[in-house]
Each structure stands twice: as C-alpha cells, then as structure tokens.
Write a protein of this length. Structure first.
Length: 336
C-alpha cells in the first residue's frame, strides 16, 4: 500500500510517499524560514497561507519523482496536531478532501508520534521497546516506547524546550532566526570552557528538564561581555551545558528502564555535538543510539506517511469529517 503523508503543523510544508513494501519512495519539503525571518519567529497567518500555495506543487513533485498517479494511492496521512490551528487545517482539509475524492482511507497523525517513529525509517533501525529523547523547538521529553501508541512519559520540560532555548539564545547573541543552527555553527569556533553556565536540573533526581534559567544565564553573561569576540565562547558554553543535561538525563532513562536502545528525534537531534556525545555515552553503557537521517530530523512528510501507514494497516482511519487538535497529549493515542 502506498501512503501519502502531509505535514503542515507549523512553518514547513512536507509531502512524502511511503510504500509499505518498498519503504520511502519520495519526500519533498518547503521551509518558510526566509518568510518568517524578518519577524523573528513564525507568523501563524502567513504560515497557513503559504501551506495553501505549496501543497499542490509538492504533491505533483513527489508523484512525478515516483512515477505514480493519484490512483496509485492507498491511503493518506496528515498531521492533525499538535501545532498551529490554521496550518493544521490546511493539511487536514486537503488530505480529507483528496481521500474522499479517491475513496481511500485517511488518518490524522500525532506530530510527535511521527518524530518518535522516524528513526525506524533508517537502517539500522531500533526494535521495540526503546527510550526516546524527543528534542525539538516545542518539546523536550523522554519517553519509554514499547510499541506503536504505547508511550510512557519519563520526563518532560517544565518551561522552555531545548529548541526554544537555542532560538532565544540566538536572539540574545543577535544571530537571527532560526537560532539553533546558527548557535551550533558559531559554537564550533568558541571555547566552551571560558564561561561557566548552569546545568539546570542536572541533579534533580528525576528526568524532567528546565532551560529557562540557562537562557537567563546567557543574558546575564552577554550583558557582562557585550564584545563580539565573546559571542562564540558564549555560544559554545551554552551548547555544552545543553548537551550535558540532555545526555545525562538520557543515560539515566536507559538505566531506569533497563533498555539498551536510545532513539533521538526532533530538530535538535541534528546537533552534531549532541550526536557525538550520545554515541559516546551509550557506548559506555553497552547500549546503542539511533538517529533519523539528518533530512528527517526537522518536520517532514516522510515521518507522517510512515506513522500513518502503521495506523491505516491497523484499520485506524477515523470519520470522513475532520478536526484538528492544536493541543494533543501523546498518551491519548490508541495503541496500534
């Protein structure tokens, strides 16, 4: 069965085709970063309008790349939440209308489930159960995953997510938007030992996260050292603190669950220093870490197509009428 996946939860329009027998056939992504840069962040109305303009051309692209037609589709998966309501409605409305016209099933996919399962698209792939570190612009969570839809939250962020902290730090250092890649690139030229920043909740005794204090510490440090020569060292110190916390909590989650497998998903999962650190730390424990391909770390249609394929194969499609869930708890999902 060939599944079309549509991702439109925020500022990226992603479409992909996944074959349940052959795997990922094609995926295309349009990022709105250039459009939102002048505003220093995502403007929801502009995001929604841009999704409307991009979804049809991207559909033609993935069909052409795969030498397929609409009649070859066996189902459609779309991001139903969480995300921006208007942006979600674009993808949901397009998906449900197309599915109705083709008389094929459609299913709304939880955005975070797509991220959690995305490492299963690469080789080698993890086997259930595993611990998942989900690190993105809006979420920082540790989950114990025992199957599709079987997600236990081990730790969550109490305030700023990791990606959000990267973006805010970039603003403080006047690096522009989006901030994560800019901070990481600058950190490569800095000395992380020059400045000492806190490791929030490193020894809290639980698996929760908090990064608002780290952001405030960066602001204080920046005010003390406004010179341009200190910028790269501040970026390096910030990244080192972030990686220390994420790595330490992840290793404790592995020890707590007894799992030998760690899966990392979400945009911050593309960070090179974090990847290197997690490979080293899991190796010390005799465990393994799995990452999605770099081009599937950010929001994309491939992860939605894959998660949707698993749901559709289990007969979970939902009614023809559609709704979206801008706020949606991952643990509300039914087990496949």
């Amino acid at each position: 069965m060939i599944i079309l996946g549509i991702e439109s939860s925020c500022d990226e329009t992603g479409l992909a085709l996944f074959d349940t027998e052959k795997g990922l056939l094609a995926h295309r992504l349009h990022s709105q970063v250039a459009m939102h840069r002048d505003y220093g962040g995502v403007v929801p109305e502009l995001a929604s309008r841009d999704h409307i303009q991009r979804v049809m051309p991207l559909l033609r692209n993935v069909l052409g790349e795969s030498s397929l037609t609409l009649q070859d589709l066996g189902g459609i998966a779309y991001t139903a939440g969480p995300g921006l309501a208007g942006a979600l409605l674009v993808g949901a409305g397009f998906a449900r209308s197309l599915a109705y016209a083709l008389n094929i099933p459609a299913v709304g996919v939880h955005h975070l489930e797509g991220h959690l399962l995305s490492p299963l698209l690469s080789e080698p792939r993890p086997e259930f159960p595993f611990v998942a570190l989900l690190v993105s612009g809006g979420h920082t969570q540790l989950m114990h995953v025992t199957g599709v839809g079987a997600y236990e939250t081990l730790g969550d962020t109490l305030d700023d997510a990791a990606g959000e902290a990267f973006d805010k730090t970039a603003q403080l250092l006047e690096l522009g938007y989006p901030g994560g890649p800019a901070v990481s690139k600058l950190a490569e030229t800095g000395d992380p030992a020059r400045f000492k920043l806190p490791r929030p909740m490193l020894n809290s005794g639980d698996l929760n996260f908090s990064f608002s204090g780290l952001k405030t510490a960066v602001l204080t440090l920046r005010n003390k050292h406004p010179d341009e020569t200190a910028t790269s060292d501040i970026a390096a110190a910030f990244q080192a603190a972030m990686v220390d916390v994420l790595a330490a909590k992840s290793m404790r989650a592995l020890e707590q669950t007894g799992s030998p497998q760690l899966v990392v998903a979400g945009g911050v999962g593309a960070n090179k220093q974090l990847r290197q650190r997690l490979v080293a730390e899991t190796g010390k424990l005799g465990a393994r870490v799995f990452f999605p391909p770099l081009d599937l770390c950010t929001d994309n249609g491939a992860m939605i197509a894959f998660a949707g394929a698993l749901r559709i194969q289990q007969g979970q499609t939902g009614p023809a009428a559609f709704s979206v869930k801008p706020r949606w708890d991952l643990q509300e999902l039914p087990r496949a």
